[in-house]
Ligand binder design. Structure first.
Ligand code: ATP
Ligand code: CA
Ligand code: CA
Length: 405
């Protein structure tokens, strides 16, 4: 008779949760002695638990006991290794300085905590997402191992914080967006249109998360342009990732795109955070990846995974152009992939269709609702990415003409 801390309950303060993460992650990581996992993990169902007694939290001085459990510790160790995350880097990122709570632009009540070096995000996951994750962990690990260019989230740890017979599930993942280079725009895209617009409150933020309708009508009505081989490779990757998400039987995921605009006119004055060296590296990366001479490499979809040894934050960024000819570097990845399509969503979907008096697939209205069975969701998602978001490059003249239409 334990209780899950979910949507509408605030049993722990943010500070308590963040403190427990720091203590729990530190303990678990210090316990690991094996430097690098030498074989494919097999502890998908294991849990390692640690009790912390007489814990005095900073805020209210309450003395409590709590436990912090780590799910599948070897599997996540293996995954971190796969994603190039050093064990020291991981523990230092989480434990050396306080975490910050990010304000969540979504509708769910999940909390997101960012490490102070911006490398990782810890997200509280709902009960059904937790069940989903346990079920797909093996397939996810195999898939990530075999598909190094996948854009699925890079999950790096999965935990349970339990106190006073309530618990909070926590998933850590890599932050998709770099912190040292200016991100000019951020989009959370699904390919649905109903309600897919940033709220007025969201728009007031320094870097709002914009959605499909903002992308389609305000920022990039003509899409974003990629070199043909990069374009092909990116869409193939997205297609493959969508296939596995369909297999996971999940939906409601998004692609997050962070846009760095090399030619942003306000670049010089506003951008004190991007150093001159990094700005130059961004331009160099863009120019070299766009150059035809890259030939075979880019055909093999290396175009965006080429790592930049001196400027790690640029690794994986994709060169592109806006319709106005601005040079862009894109940071792209899937997020929020754990929502299972089960009874509740099913009911939601039927209810919405009933209210709109349409049947699945029958009209356009049915297709634009964000809650869809996984197969339909994936195909609509892919269609949107192909037809609306990512376009093959045009000549400067053609772009110019298109921008005036
Ligand atoms: P909802 O279910 O209402 O859509 P949620 O609570 O499940 O939201 P997410 O969709 O996972 O939350 O994330 C919310 C926002 O947090 C995203 O739009 C994005 O701006 C940011 N975010 C989430 N994961 C990452 C990540 N790995 N890297 C960078 N930003 C992220
Ligand atoms: Ca979401
Ligand atoms: Ca969600």
């Amino acid at each position: 008779n334990q209780k899950l801390v979910d949507d509408n309950e605030e049993i722990f303060t943010t500070q308590q949760i963040m403190d427990s993460i720091q203590l729990g992650v530190k303990y678990e990581m210090e316990k690991r002695t094996q430097p690098v996992p030498d074989s494919f993990p097999d502890d998908f169902k294991d849990i390692s638990m640690k009790m912390f007694y007489n814990w005095r939290d900073i805020n209210n001085n309450n003395i409590q006991d709590f436990s912090y459990s780590t799910y599948a510790p070897s599997t996540f160790h293996y995954l971190r290794h796969l994603f190039g995350i050093g064990e020291n880097d991981y523990v230092t990122s989480f434990c050396k300085s306080p975490l910050h709570e990010m304000s969540n632009p979504g509708n769910s009540k999940s909390k997101l905590y960012l490490t102070s070096n911006d490398k990782f995000i810890m997200k509280t996951v709902q009960h059904n997402e937790y069940i989903s994750l346990l079920g797909l962990l093996f397939t996810y690990t195999t898939y990530m191992n075999e598909n190094r260019k996948s854009l699925l989230p890079k999950c790096s740890g999965f935990y349970n914080f339990q106190c006073k017979s309530t618990y909070t599930k926590l998933l850590s993942m890599k932050n998709l967006l770099p912190s040292d280079i200016k991100i000019h725009q951020k989009f959370d895209l699904k390919g649905s249109t109903i309600g897919r617009k940033a709220s007025d409150n969201e728009r007031k933020k320094k870097l709002p998360t914009f959605k499909d309708l903002d992308f389609n009508y305000e920022f990039h009505p003509k899409g974003i342009f990629l070199k043909p081989d990069t374009h092909l490779a990116l869409l193939k990757t997205i297609e493959k990732d969508c296939e596995i998400l369909k297999e996971f039987n999940v939906m409601d995921y998004s692609i997050l795109i962070g846009v760095h605009n090399i030619d942003s006119p306000s670049q010089a004055d506003e951008n004190t955070s991007t150093t001159e060296a990094l700005r130059k590296a961004a331009t160099d990366r863009w120019e070299s990846l766009m150059a035809d001479s890259l030939g075979e490499k880019s055909i093999q979809a290396e175009a965006w995974t080429l790592s930049d040894k001196n400027h790690a934050s640029l690794s994986g960024s994709i060169p592109a152009k806006s319709v106005y000819g601005d040079r862009l570097l894109l940071f792209v990845g899937f997020i929020d992939i754990l929502v299972p399509f089960r009874i509740i969503k099913n009911l939601d979907y039927r209810l919405i269709l009933f209210k709109l008096k349409v049947t699945p697939g029958e009209t356009e209205t049915a297709d634009c609702i964000s809650v869809q069975p996984p197969g339909l969701y994936a195909s609509r998602f892919l269609k949107y990415m192909t037809d609306t978001v990512f376009k093959p490059m045009l000549s400067p003249q053609e772009l110019e003409k298109l921008s005036r239409q």
